[in-house]
Design a protein around this ligand. Structure first.
Ligand SMILES: [Zn+2]
Length: 97
């Protein structure tokens, strides 16, 4: 049986998963979503599991901003989402409030 992890080890594993997508339990790259992303209000959830160690958990997402579609005449976004937009390939430099 695996050694029980300390609170710090668990939190470090979660931080590592959030920044890399690698398993919060074993660090492998085999994490996959199980089923669809489910949303309620401004939050969304998806069950996930690691193909390497079998660790199961739920991703928790929260709506942090929006950006308007082309031609909607609304071009401002909150600074907190600038990096997210850049990750999506959207140049948000001129849109930030
Ligand atoms: Zn794992």
């Amino acid at each position: 049986m695996a050694k029980k992890k300390t609170k710090t080890e668990i939190l470090n594993g979660v931080d590592h998963y959030i920044s890399t997508g690698e398993c919060p339990n074993c660090g492998a790259k085999g994490v996959e979503g199980d089923g669809q992303l489910e949303s309620t209000g401004n939050k969304a959830y998806q069950n996930c599991s690691c193909a390497d160690c079998g660790y199961s958990f739920t991703d928790i997402y929260q709506l942090v901003g929006i950006y308007a579609a082309e031609g909607m005449g609304f071009t401002m976004v909150l600074p907190v989402v600038k990096d997210l937009l850049n990750d999506l390939g959207v140049d948000a430099t001129s849109y930030v409030l």
